[in-house]
Design a protein around this ligand. Structure first.
Ligand SMILES: NC(=O)c1ccc[n+]([C@@H]2O[C@H](COP(=O)([O-])OP(=O)(O)OC[C@H]3O[C@@H](n4cnc5c(N)ncnc54)[C@H](OP(=O)(O)O)[C@@H]3O)[C@@H](O)[C@H]2O)c1
Length: 250
């Protein structure tokens, strides 16, 4: 990415609390932004905030990512509106109720559709664009939940872990085209998604996480845990032997 030109940034799921903070960091640097989300009114309010904070341009496009046939149209609209893209951040996500997923197949299918399938299809479209351009960054918010399946959220964890595996392969493919593929793994973040979750000292603010994402993209990182301490923590969780791990109530 040329260092001194305003970034052209596409954010999918831009009404997310975390993504809004990343967008603010870009806006303060005078970026040109294209935001997508499923709620037009929320998008307009995020866009207005970013204009006040210094964004050179902010455009919006309504996209419910679950409606896969519309993904190409909205991405193409972002590319033509901004005359190209330097960064694409995929931020949408839902946190399904694990017990509901265990009882109803439809809940599981919906959670996998939004968190896994819709992300993979977006990545497939974006990868071909960035590969042809020979530069840029594709960044995706996954989760530490994808590092190891736990009884409390393994449907969500399976979706995020699946996306992570896909990103590994994509990073390997796009390296030759000088395209960065960034896997972002936040731990607990205090956002609307976790409104019903009891808070603990490991929770981070969306501002801290969003700003760290901005830094990671600009530094062309491959994989980041946010905050940093989740990396050693998850290393320990991953190496616990299965005969022990299956006895824990996690
Ligand atoms: N909060 C955490 O503890 C945490 C931890 C690790 C990873 N993450 C990940 O971080 C990302 C951002 O989440 P957040 O914490 O910022 O929560 P959030 O504020 O609730 O944001 C979730 C976003 O996903 C959007 N979304 C959901 N389904 C969608 C669909 N079908 N089409 C388009 N957009 C859709 C929501 O849109 P609406 O505004 O229209 O609802 C919202 O903008 C997610 O990928 C999440 O899995 C969060």
């Amino acid at each position: 990415m040329p260092a001194n030109e305003p970034r052209r940034v596409l954010i999918i799921g831009a009404t997310s609390a975390i993504a809004t903070e990343t967008a603010r960091a870009y806006a303060e640097g005078g970026a040109r932004l294209f935001l997508t989300g499923r709620d037009a009114a929320k998008l307009d309010s995020v866009a207005a905030d970013l204009r006040v904070r210094g964004a050179a341009e902010v455009h919006t496009g309504v996209l419910d990512v679950a409606q896969i046939p519309y993904q190409t149209t909205v991405i193409n609209s972002a590319i033509s509106t901004l005359a190209g893209l330097d960064v694409a951040l995929i931020a949408h996500g839902t946190l399904p109720v694990q017990s509901a997923c265990e009882k109803q197949v439809e809940e599981t299918v919906e959670a996998l559709h939004v968190n896994f399938t819709a992300t993979i299809t977006l990545l497939t479209i974006l990868a071909n664009y960035f590969e042809a351009q020979h530069r840029g960054c594709i960044a995706v918010i996954t989760s530490v939940a994808g590092d190891r399946g736990r009884q409390s959220n393994y449907v969500y964890g399976a979706a995020k872990g699946g996306v992570e595996r896909f990103l590994q392969g994509l990073r390997n493919r796009l390296h030759a085209s000088r395209v960065t593929v960034l896997t972002i793994k936040p731990g607990f973040v205090d956002t609307p998604m976790t409104a019903a979750v009891k808070k603990n000292p490991l929770f981070a603010s969306p501002r801290r996480v969003g700003r760290s994402i901005h830094r990671a993209i600009e530094r062309r990182r491959d994989v980041v845990y946010i905050p940093w301490f989740w990396r050693p923590l998850m290393m320990v969780i991953r190496v616990l032997p299965e005969p022990l791990f299956k006895r824990l109530h996690l």
